[in-house]
Design a protein around this ligand. Structure first.
Ligand code: COA
Length: 248
């Protein structure tokens, strides 16, 4: 039986998705892409917060260069990595990338597709694709500028600048930097904070955040109309009001 390239650990209120090719620094090959699609299908069917992490002290050292070497124009047009990273970006509930060690090329693009990124002091993140004669076509070309602004994105994309943890945290590309041993606990602490919110409110807020400009404010009002009728809203607001009454 072939080993799983992606190990999915579904818990009560969150799913941990582990990239599992440590011998090749979690290089993203077709099997890993296929298994990430399977994980996404489950997270779409039954939405949960998702944490993405790499096994073995590396997040992911990019697309598998041996496979990439053999891909031709028809493969590029299939958007193998761009499709999976877009799917991850659009997952209904928030996603957290836990980035130890290298996140290069497609590994960086997977990290950029997450809603949050937590790093370690060993994190190195960048897009060396032009050094291999190709471009970062799976999100970095536009998503990185949205995350860090054009000047730094161009240093990364055009001049091979690899950011260390300190640099990435300074521009908030990493929300937090911790020791490697603290990486998963830090991810779970952030997941705990998200999980303490009303799940549907979080889910709709994420969708609205990424809705096109022209969809606002109608889409916000419609989502709010849905939330205004939920039991959870009444229960949460009653709890707040009752606490105040009890104190008065
Ligand atoms: N694709 C395929 N194999 C990869 C890989 C990738 N993207 N990244 C690493 N590997 C493999 C290496 O070939 C090596 O395999 P081997 O043990 O059979 O020789 C193994 O992973 C370990 O890599 P190594 O380079 O020895 O580890 P390192 O810790 O010294 O360096 C990196 C780690 C990430 C700096 C280095 O592996 C690297 O530069 N990888 C390519 C990064 C890249 O250009 N990504 C963009 C792709 S578009």
């Amino acid at each position: 039986m072939t080993a799983r390239s992606v190990v999915v650990d579904r818990r009560d209120d969150r799913t941990v998705v582990r990239l599992n090719r440590p011998d090749v620094r979690n290089a993203i090959d077709q099997q890993m892409v296929d298994e990430l699609h399977e994980a996404c299908a489950q997270l779409e069917a039954e939405p949960q917060i998702a944490l993405f992490i790499g096994e073995g002290g590396t997040f992911a050292a990019g697309a598998d260069i041996a496979q990439l070497r053999e891909r031709r124009s028809t493969d590029a047009l299939r958007g193998i990595n761009s499709s999976i990273f877009n799917r991850i970006h659009r997952l209904p509930m928030p996603t957290i990338g836990l980035i130890d060690g290298y996140a290069l090329g497609g590994g960086a693009e997977l990290a950029y597709a997450c809603d949050f990124r937590i790093g370690t002091y060993q994190t190195r993140i960048g897009n060396p694709e032009p050094g291999l004669g190709i471009l970062a076509a799976a999100g970095a070309g536009w998503r990185l500028a949205e995350l860090v602004g054009e000047p730094l994105a161009k240093e990364v994309l055009l001049a091979g600048r690899v950011l260390d943890a300190h640099e990435a945290a300074a521009v908030r590309l990493l929300n937090e930097v911790v020791e490697s041993t603290e990486l998963e606990p830090a991810g779970h602490r952030l997941a705990d904070r998200i999980a303490a919110q009303a799940p549907l409110a979080v889910r709709l807020t994420k969708s609205i955040f990424h809705a096109p400009r022209e969809a606002h404010p109608l889409i916000d009002d419609i989502a709010q109309a849905v939330l205004f009728e939920t039991e959870e809203k009444f229960a949460r607001m009653d709890r707040f009001l009752d606490r105040r009454k009890a104190r008065a």
